[in-house]
Ligand binder design. Structure first.
Ligand code: PRX
Length: 664
């Protein structure tokens, strides 16, 4: 990636209200960092609280920072209740569209009533209590935001599991969260087929029970109408339960302390076990409310579409809590972006008159490949802001997005952030003051965010030099910790650069970055053993653990290979046990094992069989060598290598893989 040399794009012909305003932005940012507590105190006052906080930031037990200590609220008050009796009550919250083309339009008033009914059901019929955990395994249907809001309304904690995850992955998350209730669906549509979700859910409940966590109640939304087996006394249809609720059901939003857990969301780390990231009630609410406003400058007439899945953090923040807190009208879509034709997305933007569109570079690369004729069929002139998230956006894709999709008038809001950060951290903020854009850079840290780039030794990196991204001050959207594992929280995010004896605490996101001469940040991908496949975060260890579950496998090492659409794809180096021979069939079986244990997104693009892996004398796999070979880089220092012939074998396997990729 070229850095900082794309200045022809700094004077973009934006609408007048978006003329770049670096000076104003820097001033706001500077002021915010001088006193972050005063800054966030004022921002939190824009929201509804049952009781105001006594202390903006409790930093007495770092890195367990607690925001708005003493404050009491419920996010429903800001996302739903506040709209009742205003004109927003009659405004559409979600224009939902199923993959087959079926449609629903749900107003804020309807959403409020449905959430109240379901909250009533969860409380009165299911018997959920505050702080109980509920796993939600639903596709992109309106009942997903309804469930999340109903759960938080009664003070319970949701753990949404992406509907593309396998039964085993769901079971693992149910067990870790100790969820007694699961909300799921019969099935959903994907590329014209019905995916039988209930079957996975049933299997997950069985596995969870074997591991000591009994799911007592399963609530099933009827979406696809496929045949499902309902277990008597355990499984209930959502629509039948809803009928039991009084027509005018009202459930008072449970008062929650600012530092009560709002939700858990699992994400991948460097070990096989996913981390339950905990977000707070008051801090997350405040951060998301403000960042949403800065990112999108929401206006009453906007039609906003974040084409992510709610199963990931982007959907939690930018499809559920952020937009609802601003009374925004959204488009929500169930299915594949290129089904039934490659212009599904562009066609929908035109039909709904979308003004703000937020997606991932992977989706853009996929859709660009089909050719511009699909874009040109549609009038996209309503678009006024475009967003990008999840992975670095290549400058050429950025330019295509800007000119071809946005018609050269819609600024691109490239948002760098993580499951752990709650909302965007480094990104343009047209709702505050738009800075000049550089294609491929997420621009500058938002107000209140003290980001920098460090050398591996913990010194500030020179401008233009690649280093490691760090965040030097706490922010309200930060995770509270890892569910059930405080030590892992400290180890993963704080140990790398903090100096507790000096009172210095530095958050380490594990991303490479460059800060250029003008202070712009260029995000360059993960610095740990985590892959970013199509904008989805996957731990290499998670995939390796799944592969070695196959009885023929002795050892496995997974690395990311560059991919023109998905950014990177997993490639597995596999050593077989004695008595097994490499074969096409074995490769398929191994792929199937990964699909079963983790899910389709984790399936390796290729399994490369080798007789040994490059290791150090102490027996540690030298992953660095595998990565260099797969990425076509020099392999560097190999003095600690135990058996150099292992490298030759891996080299041959990689060449074979590259030939195959070229052919396809
Ligand atoms: O490596 C960064 C990449 O995605 C990681 C976070 O993944 P996840 O927790 O799944 O959240 C994704 C949605 C926020 C980061 O550590 N990443 C995310 N956004 C960008 C990005 N890399 C470059 N540019 C971005 N805009």
């Amino acid at each position: 990636m070229s850095v900082g040399d794309e200045r022809e794009f700094t004077a973009l012909p934006f609408e007048e209200k978006y003329w770049p305003d670096l000076g104003k932005f820097l001033e706001i940012r500077q002021k915010s960092l001088e006193d972050i507590e005063a800054f966030w105190d004022e921002r939190a006052r824009q929201l509804i609280w049952i009781k105001h906080w006594d202390q903006v930031l409790d930093a007495s037990n770092p890195p367990f920072y607690r925001w708005f200590k003493g404050g009491v609220t419920n996010i429903n008050l800001n996302a739903l209740d506040k709209w009742i009796g205003t004109s927003v009550e009659h405004k559409v919250a979600y224009y939902w569209e199923g993959e087959p083309g079926d449609k629903r339009a749900i107003t804020y008033g309807e959403l409020y009533r449905e959430v109240n009914k379901f909250a009533w059901v969860l409380k009165e019929v299911i018997g959920l209590k505050p702080n109980d955990t509920v796993s939600i395994y639903l596709p992109m249907i309106p009942e997903l935001p309804v469930s999340m809001l109903a759960v938080t309304r009664i003070g319970a904690i949701h753990s949404v599991v992406f509907s593309g995850f396998s039964a085993q992955a769901l079971a693992e998350r149910i067990v870790d969260a100790k969820a007694k209730v699961l909300i799921t669906a019969d099935g959903f549509y994907r590329r014209g087929k019905v995916i039988d979700l209930k079957k996975n859910a049933d299997e997950a409940v069985k596995i969870a029970e074997e591991r000591g966590v009994k799911v007592e109640k399963v609530i099933v939304v009827k979406r696809a109408g496929n045949d499902v087996h309902m277990v008597s006394g355990r499984d209930y249809w959502y629509h039948e339960l809803i009928k039991e609720a009084p027509e005018k059901a009202y459930v008072k939003p449970e008062p929650r302390k600012a530092d009560d857990v709002l939700f858990i969301l699992y994400t991948s780390g460097t070990t096989g076990k996913p981390k339950g990231i905990m977000h707070s009630t008051g801090g997350y609410m405040t951060y998301v409310y403000n960042v949403f406003k800065w990112n999108w400058d929401p206006q009453p007439h906007d039609i906003y579409w974040c084409a992510a899945d709610i199963g990931w953090i982007t959907g939690h923040t930018y499809i559920v809590y952020g937009p609802l807190m601003h009374g925004v009208t959204q488009v929500m879509y169930e299915g594949a972006p290129d089904y039934p034709a490659p212009d599904r997305i562009w066609e929908m933007i035109e039909r709904y008159g979308v003004t703000i569109f937020y997606t991932s570079p992977t989706m853009l690369r996929l859709l660009r490949r089909f050719g511009d004729k699909w874009v040109e069929k549609h009038d996209l002139s309503t678009l006024r802001l475009l967003g990008s998230v999840g992975e670095p956006i290549n400058p050429d894709v950025w330019k295509w997005y800007f000119t071809k999709i946005g018609g050269g008038k819609a600024p691109i809001v490239d948002t760098w952030w993580q499951t752990e950060t709650g909302a965007a951290m480094i990104s343009p903020a047209p709702g505050l003051a738009l800075v000049p854009l550089k294609p491929g850079s997420a621009t500058l840290p938002l107000p209140g965010i003290d980001a920098d780039v460090f050398t591996p030794e913990g010194k500030p990196a020179e401008p233009g030099k690649k280093g490691l991204l760090v965040i030097k001050k706490p922010w309200p959207g930060m995770l509270m910790g890892i569910w059930g594992d405080p030590d892992r929280y400290i180890r993963t995010y704080w140990e790398r650069f903090s100096k507790p004896e000096e009172g210095i605490w530095i958050y380490y996101p594990a991303d490479y970055a460059i800060k250029d001469q003008e202070g712009y940040f260029w995000l360059l991908g993960r610095a740990d053993e985590v892959l970013n496949v199509a904008g989805h975060r996957l731990g290499t260890a998670e995939i390796e653990d799944a592969i070695v579950a196959h009885p023929a496998v002795s050892e496995a090492a997974v690395v990311g290979a560059p991919d023109p659409v998905k950014g990177e794809v997993p490639v597995a180096f596999v050593v077989l046990k004695e008595g097994y021979e490499p074969s096409e069939q074995l490769e398929q079986e191994i792929k199937l094992t990964v699909r079963k244990i983790v899910g389709p997104i984790a399936v390796p693009a290729k399994v490369l069989f080798v007789s040994k892996l490059p290791k150090t004398r102490s027996g540690k796999i030298m992953r660095r060598i595998l990565i260099s070979l797969i990425k076509g880089r020099p392999i560097g220092d190999v003095s600690t290598l135990e058996d150099p012939s292992a490298v030759e074998e891996v080299k041959r396997a990689v060449e074979e893989f590259k030939k195959l990729m070229q052919q396809s």
